[in-house]
Design a protein around this ligand. Structure first.
Ligand code: CO8
Length: 262
């Protein structure tokens, strides 16, 4: 499938996909065609049983994604603004529930829709030069790709209020301190660190990974006891997999497990 605004690659084993948002002239701002391409690419990656992990990053040295494309925002109407927000939310929900880990490799600015994209990913690794924030307030706007919802769930209400109300970006180190990113690495080592993490995840049992993502994402939105029942049901389901038998047997036979996603 050909894309105008994305680059798609995969590693040598064919298990890790790399999606690069490729609009470096506008710091990889997300316009409607780019969001549409992301939706299509992710739909394919979700179905592709060979792919176990997806990495999302931005083209160039400077920016992961500097937000929604402000040229489009400047001319939106109430109806188109709502539709645009819902369409973006849908794409980011697809990322959150892809059923395989999606790692954001935050190589620079992750602002507005860019921070929201990173937050929809399963894990976030940031270059030490990255800046993250929700600057919509400076444009007379509010976040529209679920930033008010995901940021408060990730870092708590107080920090989310502060970041969204002030619009001030924070450093990668501060983002790690408040739990917005999992890890910060020197900028020159970002892709090596992310590829190492992705390779490790690509070795894990795919069905178990899918259920873990499911249990955490959906369980967090349930009352605790319902979340426990949901977890137990998924635990029962994972016990039906060949990978569970392989994983437990490999441990007892003191060898490395070979998971096949069945
Ligand atoms: N949209 C469009 N163009 C952009 C964007 C953007 N978000 N960000 C940067 N650009 C463009 C600049 O206009 C500039 O273009 P040109 O070369 O033609 O002048 C080019 O990228 C390079 O940018 P700068 O010259 O500004 O680079 P600097 O290094 O000086 O500054 C910054 C980098 C600080 C990142 C600066 O570009 C900036 O502040 N960008 C805007 C960041 C921002 O406000 N992002 C939030 C946008 S709002 C949003 O994301 C809402 C999401 C929810 C939408 C819901 C649906 C409606």
């Amino acid at each position: 499938m050909a894309f105008d605004n994305l680059l798609l690659g995969r590693d040598r084993d064919g298990r890790v996909a790399l999606v690069t948002i490729n609009r470096p002239k506008v710091l990889n701002a997300l316009n409607t065609p780019t969001l549409d391409e992301l939706r299509r690419a992710l739909g394919d990656l979700k179905q592709d049983r060979e792919i176990r992990v997806v990495i999302v990053t931005g083209a160039g040295e400077k920016s992961f994604v500097a937000g929604a494309d402000i040229n489009e925002l400047a001319v939106q109407t109430p109806a188109s603004g709502r539709d645009h927000a819902l369409a973006g939310q849908h794409v980011f929900d697809l990322i959150e529930n892809l059923g395989k880990p999606v790692i954001a490799a935050i190589n620079g600015y992750a602002l507005g829709g860019g921070c929201e994209l990173a937050m929809a990913c399963t894990l976030r690794v940031a270059a030490d030069t990255a800046k993250l924030g929700q600057p919509e307030i400076n444009l007379g706007l509010i976040p529209g790709y679920a930033g008010t919802q995901r940021l408060s769930r990730l870092v708590g209400k107080a920090k989310a209020m502060e970041m969204i109300l002030t619009g001030a970006p924070i450093s990668a180190a501060e983002a790690e301190r408040i739990g917005l990113v999992n890890r910060v690495v020197p900028a020159g080592e970002l892709m090596t660190a992310v590829n190492t993490l992705a390779a490790h995840l690509a070795e894990q049992a795919p069905v178990a990974m899918r259920y873990i993502i499911n249990a955490i994402n959906h369980g967090l939105e349930m009352p605790f006891e319902k979340g426990e029942v949901f977890e137990a049901t998924l635990f029962g389901l994972v016990a039906s997999t060949d990978d569970m038998r392989e994983g437990t047997r490999a441990f007892l036979e003191k060898r490395k497990a070979e998971f096949r996603g069945k």
